[in-house]
Ligand binder design. Structure first.
Ligand SMILES: CC(C)(COP(=O)(O)OP(=O)(O)OC[C@H]1O[C@@H](n2cnc3c(N)ncnc32)[C@H](O)[C@@H]1OP(=O)(O)O)[C@@H](O)C(=O)NCCC(=O)NCCS
Length: 179
């Protein structure tokens, strides 16, 4: 897998991934209303120094697109939020966890950001597994029964903090702290 920064030439590919029904279902925000709105969002993102948008490609198969990773650095605390999409036809093959792990290590090494977090919907088991497998820890959740289930499945220790996000959607929060 190799990562490269997104460019405006990636607009349509990113738009298709963003409008994929599974991605829409797992996103907090609705998809862009039009392709033009998406292009405006991409142009802003590419020019925003607090945002990092990478695309992942296969190193074995030329022109095989694996997915995208976006980091949003928050000026107020020097931490960053990550979000991920694996290309719809490449899901369930282990790329998600590899992309998160590889991208996070690259990102913290390049930026010096020490803590990266992700909000994941409580029903998004694939994403939860991918973040845990990539070395993130579950740090917050608003449903203790699901928490126990995840811990049981992964057999991992967790560090729980209090305070659920202000939303009616139920999330869990994963965090990566670089040493
Ligand atoms: C969520 C997503 C990033 C995961 O990436 P992926 O490449 O499909 O997942 P992987 O193949 O790396 O699998 C990760 C883990 O989830 C498990 N998994 C995969 N699909 C699953 C499913 N539908 N339900 C439960 N577990 C699942 C895998 O077995 C693996 O667990 P393991 O390490 O214990 O074996 C990807 O499916 C995706 O882009 N989905 C749509 C957008 C999205 O949900 N983004 C994340 C928003 S927080």
């Amino acid at each position: 897998m190799k990562l490269r920064p997104a460019t405006s030439d990636d607009a349509y590919r990113l738009f298709r991934w963003r409008c994929d029904p599974a991605t829409v279902a797992q996103s907090v925000r609705p998809p862009p209303a039009t392709y033009e709105a998406h292009q405006i969002w991409l142009a802003r993102t590419l020019h925003d120094p607090t945002k990092t948008l990478w695309l992942a490609l296969s190193t074995d198969q030329p022109a095989l697109w694996l997915g995208m990773l976006r980091f949003d650095r928050r000026a107020e605390n020097g931490m960053a939020e990550v979000s991920i999409q694996v290309a719809p036809d490449q899901r369930g093959k282990g790329y998600g966890q590899r992309l998160i792990r590889r991208g996070t290590l690259d990102y913290v090494a390049r930026t010096g950001v020490r803590t990266v977090w992700a909000w994941v919907k409580l029903e998004n088991r694939a994403s939860q597994h991918a973040f845990l497998a990539a070395g993130y820890e579950l740090v917050d959740i608003d449903d203790p029964f699901d928490l126990e289930d995840i811990v049981r499945q992964r057999g991992q220790g967790i560090r729980l903090q209090h305070g659920a996000p202000e939303s009616t959607i139920r999330f869990c929060k994963f965090e990566y702290a670089s040493t």
